[in-house]
Design a protein around this ligand. Structure first.
Ligand SMILES: [Mg+2]
Length: 263
């Protein structure tokens, strides 16, 4: 979960800002948490505190109505609608918020089922649901060491039909003007960044250097990279300093829960 939040914060200043360059600073004054973190916290709050996914997402997004970069237009309408009915979205919002589910449920069947439910309240297009299921299941595989990072490419193609683009096709250093915001674009790209990475930081850097929807791509890559490598303490400290107290409270509750479960 912190892996996702770190990716979001590191990627946040490039989403609508200058294109990233190699060797960019990870944390600067221009960084902030964005909608990815708000929604990630909401999904964890739902599971940890027995709220429905819909209620928790509405509660947290209404509490933070204007994070850096804002919300996607359709999701913003969903947050402030009267009935919060799902709108057939295949946006990457379903995949960027799902990371805690990969940890809070043990069996992969439960992980996939909960990921589906967490997506379906707003992103009920089949691709929106698939993106969330896939990211949560990859986290589950990696943390249980069921499959290694090197197996992930083959397994996501087999189980989800995702063909990962080569890194050279998605690296767009210095190019501007593209924006990849669907699950079917973002999730395979994020998995490629994980598969080709050598450390947690390397995974985050690759995702940001792919440009486009930098915060969300880095959020999804970071979520999976945490399950693969763990997260360096100094990056945790820097990232948490950007978060308000109510978000830190959910994070503490999440890691306490994981620690109690794993022992
Ligand atoms: Mg964002």
């Amino acid at each position: 979960m912190l892996g996702a939040i770190i990716g979001d914060i590191v990627g946040s200043r490039f989403e609508f800002g200058p294109a990233p360059e190699e060797g960019f600073d990870l944390f600067t004054d221009d960084c902030s948490f964005t909608d990815d973190t708000v929604c990630t916290i909401a999904v964890a709050d739902a599971v940890l505190n027995g709220k429905s996914y819909k209620d928790a997402l509405v509660e947290w997004c209404q509490r933070y109505p204007d994070p850096k970069g804002g919300y996607g237009a359709r999701f913003y309408d969903w947050i402030f609608s009267d009935d919060h009915a799902p709108n057939n979205s295949c946006g990457n919002g379903s995949a960027m918020r799902v990371s805690s589910i990969g940890w809070l449920f043990d069996e992969w069947e439960d992980v996939v089922e909960e990921a589906r439910k967490s997506a379906a309240v707003s992103h009920n297009h089949p691709e929106g649901i698939k993106g969330a299921e896939c990211v949560a299941e990859v986290i589950c595989w990696l943390r249980h060491m069921r499959f290694s990072k090197n197996d992930v490419e083959r397994k996501v193609q087999k189980f989800y039909g995702y063909k990962l683009p080569p890194l050279s096709d998605i690296m767009r250093i210095g190019s501007e003007g593209h924006f990849d915001s669907t699950c079917q674009e973002t999730v395979p790209a994020a998995i490629r960044c994980l598969v080709d990475s050598s450390t947690f930081e390397d995974a985050i850097r690759l995702a940001v250097l792919c440009d486009g929807d930098t915060d969300t791509k880095a959020d999804i890559t970071g979520a999976m990279a945490e399950a693969c490598y763990g997260v360096p303490d100094e990056m945790v400290e820097r990232a948490v300093s950007y978060l308000p107290a109510d978000m830190r409270k959910i994070l503490c509750q999440f890691y306490q829960h994981i620690q109690d479960e794993i022992g």
